[in-house]
Write a protein that binds this ligand. Structure first.
Ligand code: ATP
Ligand code: MG
Length: 414
């Protein structure tokens, strides 16, 4: 075959489906307990929504978006992240007025044109949440604790939470000036950094090439206004009182323009590839910026594939509800219809009342030996054999595939 899944994308099957379902099921449980409800938004939006929300001088907008025109020349983009879409939906359905304290979660595919490597793909999955309408420190603390609980419930060990405050517009103005002055004094900045110095100097702090040159970079904490300082202190007090571990990381800035005040990342040291599992923060201006009533908000997203890399497989297996595999076989072809209707009956009603079964067979035109070989291959637990002699007496054979023993049973007893 000449076709392959596009670079950076993956078919998810076998164990990975088990892993992915496990994460999503855990997420739904935890979100439910925290009072977050699900929202599903389209996988593509007007490209301008992302450009406007994330900011022109960001990695995603500059080089990672999948942008295309539809037949009517509309400029659309596959969503690279969830916050802009959720905020758009929040405003479009007038929840900024009717439900300003909405707490939502989402699960779904995201698309970014990046160089594929372990934990970094072009189509990947995020699980995320947004809490609208609450500017109080409790909303920030709740989101951070929720993100931690989620990762712990998914079986991630050794998480480390980094938090920082980027201040409000006021503090950022002065910080920005100080940064520009500082960066202008640094020799040999990379091309991206030079380009961004004017438009978005904060982004230089996040540069994966030049970061080691920035030892004497000004610290945001020296520029926070009193309100922002108090706010950051209150959030930390709430985190401490909930027994939540974190470190203040002054170097942490997030890649997107919409963040205000709190930003955070949760890392693990159990993987040696991409170690940031989840990230988020507050974005108090976004709702208004894209056309809604001024509404504060805070949210986060985790990358499912990265979490899958960080979790030991036994966690997934332990979580599997045991479905017993049952195979319905026929020793004589003319019993096919009876065997088929029996298979449907146990699928619907269970076998001896046990509904946790997966039923396979019967298969037409295959010798019993071949049917049993197949049953072995898919690791069936019991095979129920329809054979003429026994069937005449209302009986079938039940073969235990593990210890190779066989008994006769009345069909009506099953
Ligand atoms: P990074 O610095 O690793 O590129 P990011 O800041 O771009 O991450 P966010 O936009 O905050 O990431 O997305 C939140 C989470 O989504 C990340 O912490 C990561 O777990 C996951 N994620 C982001 N980009 C990818 C990708 N290309 N492939 C897989 N997972 C990703
Ligand atoms: Mg990135």
């Amino acid at each position: 075959m000449n076709y392959k899944a596009p670079r950076g994308t993956h078919d998810i099957f076998g164990l990975n489906v088990i892993r992915m379902n496990f994460l999503e099921q855990k997420a739904k449980e935890v979100f439910m307990r925290y009072g977050f409800v699900e929202i599903r938004t389209p996988m593509f939006e007007e490209a301008a929504l992302f450009t406007r929300s994330l900011g022109q001088a960001t990695d995603i907008v500059e080089k990672q978006m999948y942008i295309f025109e539809d037949r009517k020349k509309r400029k659309l983009a596959l969503r690279p992240e969830g916050t802009a879409s959720l905020t758009r939906a929040f405003i479009e359905h007038r929840m900024d007025i009717s439900n300003p304290f909405g707490k939502f979660f989402y699960i779904g595919e995201m698309f970014r044109y990046e160089r594929p490597q372990a934990g970094r793909y072009r189509q990947f999955h995020q699980i995320g949440a947004e809490s609208f309408g609450n500017s109080a420190p409790a909303a920030d603390a709740e989101i951070i604790i929720l993100a931690q609980d989620l990762l712990v419930s998914m079986g991630v060990k050794e998480i480390k939470t980094h938090i920082n405050s980027l201040g409000c517009k006021k503090c950022r103005f002065f910080f920005r000036e100080a940064l520009v002055e500082y960066f202008n004094s640094v020799q040999g900045l990379c091309l991206d950094c030079i380009k961004r110095l004017d438009k978005n100097p904060l982004r230089l702090l996040d540069c994966k090439i030049d970061f080691y040159k920035f030892n004497k970079v000004p610290r945001i904490s020296s520029y926070l206004c009193n309100d922002c300082k108090d706010n950051f202190t209150l959030i930390q007090e709430l985190l401490k009182s909930a027994g939540c571990d974190y470190v203040v990381d002054e170097k942490l800035v997030r890649g997107l323009d919409y963040y205000t005040r709190t930003v955070f990342e949760i890392k693990t040291n159990t993987t040696d590839s991409q170690d940031t599992l989840a990230a988020g923060g507050r974005y108090d201006n976004l709702v208004e910026e894209i056309g809604g009533q001024s509404t504060p908000a805070v949210g986060f997203a985790l990358g499912s594939e990265r979490v899958m890399l960080a979790v030991q497989d036994n966690v997934f297996f332990d979580s599997l509800k045991q479905y017993e595999k049952i195979f319905v076989a026929i020793a004589d072809q003319e019993l096919f219809n009876e065997a088929f209707s029996f298979a449907i009956r146990i699928i619907r009603k269970g076998l001896k009342g046990n509904k946790n079964i997966s039923v396979f067979g019967p298969i037409n035109n295959k010798s019993l030996t071949n049917q049993l070989k197949f049953a072995d291959k898919i690791q069936v637990y019991k095979t129920i054999i329809f054979a003429k002699t026994e069937f005449k007496n209302g009986k079938v054979l039940i073969k235990n595939m593990k210890n190779n023993t066989q008994i006769e049973t009345l069909l009506i007893d099953l």
